[in-house]
Design a protein. Structure first.
Lengths: 113, 114
């Protein structure tokens, strides 16, 4: 399996809802990433997990809470989001050493009402 | 932190001609430079990458050059085809001791005119 999968594909939530985004890979990668991409903009790094431990948090608001329950899974828990958080949320994975190719999932398109 | 500048923002070329996209980066410690292609509504897909110990890399119609002194790298696509139309992103990462996030340029919308 050479793909990163993400669920759901689309998500609409209100500002008081709690929801979770899921990402899965079976390539044996030990690094996983969350990126946020607004329309007509580049992906922006949010979090990096290496060997299931959070190694980079790009000063992301606490209403976004990442979790890496095992080496194949990455979650992003969402709570009390704002309309400006509407975006495409991309997960990626790679080997956990330097200069490794990152493989992206198809993303979850999130709309916050 | 790292800052990656990418030019042009839009590039229109005739089918069969070459396309060149240029990027500069700010952090001299960056040592990994991938290029991604993103079609509308799709995920970014790696098309080629280069590491700091290499000056040039080629894969069929696609080539990337790196000038570490100038902190500059470029993507060259020859014999362009309609399916090359997409947004192209350059990126850079430090990758010092382990996994590192990518800092992307703002993207180039490549349009191939038939």
């Amino acid at each position: 399996d050479t793909e990163v999968t993400q669920t759901p594909k689309h998500l609409v939530m209100g500002m008081t809802n709690k929801k979770s985004l899921k990402c899965e890979q079976h390539m044996g990668h030990r690094a996983m990433y969350w990126y946020k991409q607004k329309a007509k903009k580049p992906p922006e790094l949010m979090f990096v997990y290496s060997y299931e431990k959070l190694s980079i948090n790009e000063s992301v608001p606490s209403r976004f809470s990442p979790e890496c329950p095992n080496s194949s899974l990455l979650n992003l828990h969402l709570h009390a989001l704002q309309p400006e958080d509407s975006a495409l949320y991309l997960c990626a994975s790679s080997q956990a050493t330097a200069q490794e190719t990152q493989y992206f999932g198809p993303g979850t398109r999130l709309l916050v009402l | 932190g790292e800052n990656v500048e990418q030019h042009p923002s839009t590039l229109s070329v005739q089918e069969g001609d070459s396309a060149v996209i240029k990027c500069t980066y700010s952090d001299s410690a960056s040592n990994y430079f991938p290029w991604y292609k993103q079609e509308l509504g799709k995920r970014p897909q790696l098309i080629i990458d280069i590491r700091s110990n290499v000056g040039e890399k080629k894969d069929q119609r696609i080539a990337v050059t790196l000038n570490k002194t100038a902190k500059h790298f470029s993507l060259h696509i020859t014999e362009t085809q309609p399916e090359d139309s997409a947004v192209y992103f350059c990126a850079a990462s430090l990758g010092g001791g382990g996994a590192d996030g990518l800092t992307f340029g703002k993207g180039t919308h490549l349009i191939i005119q038939p």
